[in-house]
Design a protein around this ligand. Sequence first.
Ligand SMILES: [Zn+2]
Length: 226
Amino acid sequence: MLAVLALLFLAVLLSPSENIYPELNPDPWGNETITVHIDDRNVPAHYSPSYRVQVEKALDYWSEGGNGKLGYTPEFRIVDVNDADILIMWVENLEAEAGVESGVAGFARPYEVNGRYEHVDIVLETGNYAGYSWRQYGDSNMQEIAKHEIGHALGLGHSNNRKDIMYPTYDRMDDIDPLLVQRTLPLIILGALLGAGIVFYHGGGWLHSRKKRERLEKEIFGEKEK
Ligand SMILES: [Zn+2]
């Protein structure tokens, strides 16, 4: 066990994945608690309430150490005011609404004054177009995008390590549409109830046929046989 641990430790030490990437700002917030406003009121049509939860998880990720590349431990406080340090908002589609290049799922725009971030706007999109068809982002996808953009808001640049959260492109984690799940949930429940009804019906059918079989057996084998 100890040998395995030692080997693992050595593998971590020797791994070439330890890439250095530019920090946009090594200490953008000083030692202060960073206030975050998550705007889940002015949201586009395809916003899912589960996205806010993903942003909160992404904030936890960074305050619990993140990818280990921050020289400080950020402390966040979610507030309900518009002049928070970090403002997180959603648009339907960045390509269509902000004119950004295709493939960009979010961006962070820091306003730097005298070496400190005064304010950072993070804009996330709810999905993109694959040809003409709309593809809604799944929750874990949203969480990855949020982690990446918050990483920028904390002063990190891009990593050249594919496995790092600060790598410029993300891998689509899932394609489960959270809006579809919410909309179809009543249908799923109805389906489960109907399913139970079918089981019940079949149960009744089985009871009925057992009685029929008993009657047949009586006819063939007589009263004594069962
Ligand atoms: Zn980026």
